[in-house]
Design a protein around this ligand. Structure first.
Ligand SMILES: [Cu+2]
Length: 94
């Protein structure tokens, strides 16, 4: 149990540092889902935490389960973080 909680704590630390501690959710609309590659395409407004202007773009999700319940046209709140030079969606809320 000690090892598990340490791993969880490290994971949380890693995610927050990539986001610069900014967990503001961005808003967007799902325009495509690729469940084989675990990529969601989002038409979104500016993503302040990673300095990205509004655009439509495909992002890999951190966990395949994050795509559950989504469909084209779903309005979502989400967080994109840059992990090892790649943009990854780390949180999705409908
Ligand atoms: Cu983009």
């Amino acid at each position: 149990m000690k090892i598990l909680s340490l791993a969880a704590a490290l994971a949380v630390t890693a995610t927050t540092s990539f986001a610069g501690g900014d967990h503001d959710m961005s808003m967007g609309t799902v325009t495509n889902l690729d469940r084989k590659s675990n990529v969601v395409t989002i038409n979104h407004g500016p993503l302040k935490n990673i300095n990205m202007p509004a655009m439509e773009m495909g992002y890999a999700v951190a966990k395949p389960s994050m795509l559950k319940g989504l469909r084209k046209g779903s309005q979502i709140h989400f967080v994109v973080e840059q992990v090892n030079g790649q943009y990854i969606v780390t949180e999705i809320m409908k």
